[in-house]
Design a protein around this ligand. Structure first.
Ligand code: PGA
Length: 252
């Protein structure tokens, strides 16, 4: 049985006050009543992780990071190592978000190294994959997603997916309000699961595959009802307490 997961990607938003307020509001609105059936994670900017840890310890919400270095320590000015994230109690880290790929030049190869480095520090990577609008229109969505997965296998093997999450995030749906339809999302989720099950059916069956891209309170339930969608990676709506709570409830 796959336990649903909802992860809020705050991106580069929020300040100490607003973060505090958001988490207080989530608690007040009853996020803790959701309890065990859903794993809930928030991914704030790095510098707030220590503070968020302090606020969330003992609650049902976990915390994670939005990015990580593939180096473990050393002369890498401005970078954050996976061991530092683990040290701050992070369970998860997003790797290969499309904004990292398109704005900061992260290639499939770099993303694969980050994926492996995160696991070495005992973090669970949330590996983002997904196609651009042009790629979808050209009919090469599956090829693009397959390439994004295949680079991981140059650095590790299928067993790595025992402790990983995949987020399918079509780039054309991120922050645009154009959510993939449940059928469009399911098609790619099913493809990913089938593709990995060629290597190990059990691991593929247990792997959580999240959908991301304009998930909102009013579309989460129909997306999460699809057989291969195990929760969401949520950007904009994770900054709105009511919306995020509705999404977490939809996953339960
Ligand atoms: P969005 O972002 O929900 O604002 O579309 C999702 C993401 O980038 O992870």
């Amino acid at each position: 049985m796959r336990k649903p997961l909802v992860a809020g990607n705050w991106k580069m938003n929020g300040l100490q006050d607003t973060n505090h307020h958001l988490l207080e509001l989530l608690k007040k609105e009853g996020i803790e009543n959701i309890g065990e059936p859903v794993e809930i994670v928030v991914c704030p900017p790095f510098i707030y992780l220590a503070y968020i840890k302090h606020l969330l310890e003992g609650s049902n919400m976990k915390w994670g990071a939005q990015n990580v270095s593939h180096h473990s320590a050393g002369a890498y000015t401005g970078e954050i190592s996976p061991y530092m994230l683990a040290d701050l109690g992070c369970h998860f880290v997003i790797v290969g978000h499309s904004e990292r790929r398109t704005l900061y030049g992260e290639t499939n190869g770099i993303v694969a190294k980050k994926f492996v480095a995160a696991q070495q520090a005992n973090l669970t990577p949330i590996l983002c994959v997904g196609e651009s609008l042009r790629e979808r229109e050209e009919g090469i969505t599956e090829r693009i997603v397959k390439e994004q997965l295949d680079d991981i296998f140059l650095h590790t093997d299928i067993h790595a997916f025992n402790k990983a999450v995949i987020a399918y995030e079509p780039i054309w749906a991120i922050g645009t309000g154009h959510t993939a339809t449940p059928d469009q999302a399911q098609e790619v989720h099913g493809f990913i699961r089938n593709y990995l099950s060629e290597q190990d059916p059990e691991i593929a069956e247990e792997l959580r595959i999240l959908y991301g891209g304009s998930v909102k309170g009013d579309n989460a339930a129909e997306l999460f009802a699809m057989p291969d969608i195990d929760g969401g990676l949520v950007g904009g709506a994770s900054l709105e307490a009511k919306d995020f709570l509705t999404i977490c409830q939809a996953a339960s």
